[in-house]
Design a protein around this ligand. Structure first.
Ligand code: SF4
Length: 301
């Protein structure tokens, strides 16, 4: 049977991943855009208290299988939070529902070996070249992770990576804030996450990382540590407000709440925390961000 690969959507990076996988000679379909149905499917088959990105990506997989995918690729973070276990749990759930497919967990540490398994005809040099091309494409769709304050109101975003990167999950918060006349700086970058996982970014924002370490008692997992040093960075740059986006029950993000509050109080920067899950009402969400933006505009005047 012909192998048809798919993977969970991740905002504007979805096309980058599709192209990268295709460059390895794989037959790939991107999962359909995330809709209410995607979310309902994921929620129906997940544990209630499981994190929201798990539910959404599970819904993605179900819809991808319905469209003909029979090989699923899931990122294995090998990290310290639940993301590490997503693929194994999702495989179990999907099999229990009755789907037949193969799960391929991809981790950065074993990327070369995994790709060789998917397509044994590829040489290591070709894989390296394709990955480099994919990296370039990824950087092209990202804006700079360094920030310069612009005229007007400036709001920085920190938070859980999937929630910050997938507009269907964060209800297009960046677009909405821009419509309200706000300059938005989303500090969450997939390239930073990859660099952190491969330990190749230790010099970037070094002094903020040093400061952020004082707030923790060791590694935290997820994007917790990154959000602390990015919050320090945003405060130092002089943003007018910070929005913290997190899925309800997210372990690293709930852990850093008191530290993030303190950083914002110490720097006199207003903080809005938005917890996101399937029960969110978009009207309520919009009202909260509109009020926050309005308060900051008045405060600035
Ligand atoms: S960072 Fe949070 S939301 Fe993401 S997998 Fe870990 S616990 Fe779940």
């Amino acid at each position: 049977m012909e192998r048809v690969f798919s993977f969970p959507r991740i905002g504007k990076h979805t096309e980058v991943f599709k192209k990268l996988l295709e460059s390895f000679g794989l037959n790939v379909i991107a999962p359909p855009p995330i809709t209410e149905r995607t979310i309902k499917l994921g929620v129906k088959h997940s544990a209630d208290m499981m994190c929201y990105p798990f539910k959404v990506t599970l819904g993605n997989f179900i819809e991808a299988i319905e469209q003909g995918a029979n090989c699923l690729i899931m990122y294995d973070s090998r990290g310290k939070c639940r993301l590490r276990h997503y693929w194994i749990l999702q495989e179990l759930i999907l099999r229990n529902i009755g789907y037949e497919f193969r799960m391929h967990p991809l981790s950065l540490k074993n990327l070369l070996r995994h790709i060789k398994q998917l397509n044994p005809d590829l040489s290591c040099l070709t894989i390296f070249q394709k990955v480099r091309e994919g990296w370039k494409n990824l950087k092209d769709v990202e804006s700079s992770s360094f920030y310069r304050i612009k005229d007007g109101v400036n709001i920085g975003i920190v938070g859980e990576i999937y929630t910050c990167l997938e507009p269907a999950v964060n209800l297009s918060i960046e677009k909405k804030l821009k419509k309200l006349g706000v300059n938005v700086h989303n500090t969450v970058r997939l390239s930073d996450f990859i660099r952190a996982s491969t330990r190749t970014n230790f010099l970037k924002k070094k002094m903020y990382k040093k400061e952020a370490k004082k707030y923790l008692n060791g590694p935290l997992g997820g994007h917790g540590f990154e959000n602390l040093y990015n919050a320090l960075y945003l405060c130092d740059k002089g943003v007018d407000g910070i929005i913290h986006l997190l899925p309800l029950t997210c372990m690293p993000e709930t852990t850093i709440e008191p530290q993030l509050n303190k950083i914002c109080v110490d720097h006199n920067v207003p903080l809005l925390r938005l917890m996101i899950d399937e029960t969110n009402s978009e009207v309520n969400f919009d009202t909260r961000i509109e009020t926050f933006a309005e308060l900051i505009k008045r405060r600035k005047k």
